[in-house]
Design a protein around this ligand. Structure first.
Ligand code: SIN
Ligand code: MN
Length: 205
C-alpha cells in the first residue's frame, strides 16, 4: 500500500495484475450488455461527460430529481446486474469485512470525460468505506480534504489500481481532471472504467 499524505486515503497501485484486470473487465463488459451505460444529467439539467451504469441491489443515479440510489436502471427499468465476485472479495479484504457492499457505480470515461471535485455523501452510513478500482486508460485523479477549498493533490490511477476513502477521509473531495487516452490496451474500445463499491443502505438492509 502506498501511503499518501491525505488522512483516510489509501492507494494500492497495481493491486490487480494483468490476468485479474482481464477477467474483471470481461465480467464488467458482460454485465454492461445487460445494463447499458447511459449519460446521466445533473439535478441542474447538465449532461455529465461520463457514462454510467451500476451493479448490485442499489445503483447511484442523478437526474432532475436529485442524487440518490435506485434499485432499477433508469432507462431499461430492469434491476441492476449483480456485483462481480472478484469485487466482493476485494471489498471483504480492503473495504469492510463485516458489511458487504450493496452498490457498485460504474463510470465510463471516453477521451474527453472528466469528473468535477465532489464528495460521496448519498449513503446512509459514512462509517463504511468507498473502494475504487480502475480499469483501462490512466486517470489524472485529484484528492483533497473533507472541507472544500483545502489543498488538493493529483495522482495517476492506472489500470489495476485500487484506492479507498475511509474513516476521517471518507468524505474527502475527489474528482478526475482528465483521462490519458491510449495509455492502456485493456479495453478494445479504449477509455477508462472506474468501479466504485459502496454500502449505500443501512447495514441491516
Ligand atoms: C467517482 O468519484 O465517482 C469516480 C472516481 C473515478 O473515476 O476514479
Ligand atoms: Mn465519487
Amino acid at each position: 500500500m502506498a501511503q499518501l499524505s491525505n488522512v483516510g486515503f489509501d492507494y494500492w497501485p497495481g493491486r490487480l495484475d494483468a490476468a485479474a484486470q482481464r477477467a474483471l473487465a470481461d465480467e464488467v463488459l458482460a454485465r454492461l450488455a445487460e445494463a447499458p451505460p447511459y449519460r446521466p444529467v445533473t439535478p441542474g439539467g447538465k449532461p455529465m461527460s461520463v457514462e454510467m451504469s451500476n451493479f448490485g441491489p442499489l445503483g447511484w443515479i442523478t437526474d432532475a430529481g436529485g442524487y440518490r440510489y435506485e434499485a432499477r436502471h433508469p432507462v431499461t427499468g430492469q434491476p441492476w446486474p449483480d456485483i462481480p465476485r472478484a469485487l466482493l472479495a476485494l471489498w471483504a479484504e480492503l473495504g469492510d469485512a463485516a458489511t458487504p457492499p450493496d452498490a457498485c457505480l460504474v463510470n465510463l470515461y471516453g477521451a474527453d470525460a472528466r469528473m468535477g471535485l465532489h464528495q460521496d455523501r448519498d449513503e446512509a452510513d459514512f462509517s463504511h468505506p468507498v473502494l475504487s478500482v480502475s480499469l483501462g486508460d490512466t486517470a489524472v485523479f485529484r484528492i483533497g480534504g473533507v472541507r472544500r477549498g483545502e489543498p488538493t493533490r493529483s495522482l495517476r490511477l492506472a489500470s489495476g489500481d485500487v484506492c479507498r476513502l475511509a474513516g476521517e477521509g471518507r468524505l474527502s473531495h475527489h474528482g478526475v481532471d482528465r483521462v490519458l487516452a491510449g495509455s492502456s490496451r485493456l479495453l478494445s474500445q479504449g477509455g477508462r472504467i472506474n468501479l466504485t463499491l459502496r454500502r449505500a443502505g443501512p447495514a441491516a438492509l
